[in-house]
Design a protein around this ligand. Structure first.
Ligand code: NI
Length: 395
């Protein structure tokens, strides 16, 4: 990063954003319960004379900075925490038992708030408006839907979001064109047999053996029904069935997740699973049913804007990496289905993995990331205004 000695204002902002992050870290709130967090943000933004949009959001909020005319660019962070008991031992560790900012959304929030402050300071010069999104409930995979439904994304021409990366050191930046995170779907399977004495399985239909066959056969979707060039992960993560040692239960429940990048492939998987599940159940004389719960799709970065995020990252002195796609999910993907943009990773490690009870971020990454997002939004407006953006030809 820049070797220039930070001036007094910058030092004050650095301190202020670290305080914001610690304040949020002490009082983590779960998805759609971010009432206090929202109130804090409302105060911090209004104290800075930043305009808030009046939108029907239960939690989370959206601010806007800039002149009335011109294009609109959005920058987004997420604000929710996780049901995890913190074990960091930090002086500003969670004060709420069983809840923790274990994914660094406190870092994201402080960063985007900092970007909002910096953009506000040069509001008159902006070539349009910047929508600043403090999104609720990212961890559910459905928080972005509430923002879209609120109209908060209307008229936005380009959108950018961030996640901290515990694998990348401070001062590094990673993104890529195309798929960055996977589509995340959840499933449940109910296998219904006929209960029986364990000594006389012939008198029943064994739901446990049937479920076991289903579990192993489902992996053929990955190994035999999907091409080797299209990644798929299918994980069964829960098996519930039986209550004692000498009775075969009637019902076994399975739960799990499927991760994909390719949307066409993603849409085929429930049918492939249903064929296997129902076929094996029929062969055993049992019944089985698949319940499918679609989550966010893969995050597909637009090539133009992904390159643009790297260009600006280079300008501010980040070490820029093209990172590998990840099998985790991110509901920022829903914005990218309708608005071109890019999702990026900001190095804040090394640290324990995301969602680990000892996860922490390096706070030295906050101010540079805030400055980066302010410049990114500012320059994206210049691009759009200058009609050299990717959508300009169609206007
Ligand atoms: Ni996260």
């Amino acid at each position: 990063m820049s070797t220039k000695q930070p001036d007094e204002n910058e030092q004050a902002l650095r301190r202020q954003l670290i305080d914001v992050r610690r304040n949020l870290h002490r009082e983590p709130e779960l998805s759609y319960e971010e009432f206090k967090t929202t109130e804090k943000l409302r105060k911090w933004l209004t104290d800075a004379n930043i305009q808030l949009l009046d939108l029907p959001l239960k939690t989370g909020l959206i601010a806007e900075i800039g002149r009335k005319e011109g294009p609109i660019v959005a920058i987004r962070c997420d604000i929710d925490a996780l049901p995890i008991e913190e074990q960091t031992g930090l002086p500003f560790a969670s004060e709420i038992s069983g809840k923790m900012h274990a994914c660094g959304h406190d870092f994201h929030t402080a960063t985007i708030l900092g970007a909002a402050y910096l953009l506000k300071a040069r509001e008159e010069e902006l070539q349009g408006r910047v929508r600043v999104l403090f999104q609720p409930a990212e961890e559910t995979g459905h928080g972005a839907e509430s923002v879209i439904a609120s109209g908060g994304l209307d008229e936005v021409a380009a959108i950018f979001g961030l996640h901290n990366s515990p694998d990348l050191p401070v001062g590094t930046f990673g993104t890529r064109t195309g798929a960055l995170t996977a589509g995340v779907d959840r499933f449940e399977i109910t296998v219904k047999g006929v209960g029986a004495h364990a000594a006389y399985p012939e008198n029943g239909v064994d739901a446990i053996v049937t479920a076991a066959q289903i579990i192993t056969s489902l992996q053929t979707i990955v190994s035999r029904q999907s091409g080797a060039r299209e990644p798929v992960v299918l994980s069964v993560t829960r098996i519930n069935g039986g209550f004692t040692w000498n009775v075969l239960p009637e019902i076994v429940e399975l739960e799990g997740t499927v991760r994909t990048y390719n949307e066409e492939l993603r849409r085929m998987i429930p049918d492939q699973m249903t064929r296997i599940i129902e076929g094996i159940a029929a062969a055993a004389g049992a019944e089985a049913r698949l319940h499918w719960f679609p989550g966010p799709p893969a995050t597909i970065n637009d090539g133009y804007w992904a390159d643009f995020t790297k260009e600006i990252a280079n300008q501010v002195g980040y070490e820029v990496f093209d990172i590998a796609p990840q099998m985790g999910g991110e509901d920022f993907s829903l914005y990218l289905q309708n608005i071109p943009g890019a999702f990026v990773n900001i190095g804040a490690g090394p640290a324990y993995a995301l969602h680990h009870p000892r996860f922490d971020v390096d706070e030295a990454a906050i101010l540079p990331a805030a400055k980066y997002f302010a410049l990114l939004a500012d320059q994206a407006l210049v691009r759009l205004k200058g009609k050299c953006g990717p959508k300009s030809e169609t206007k």
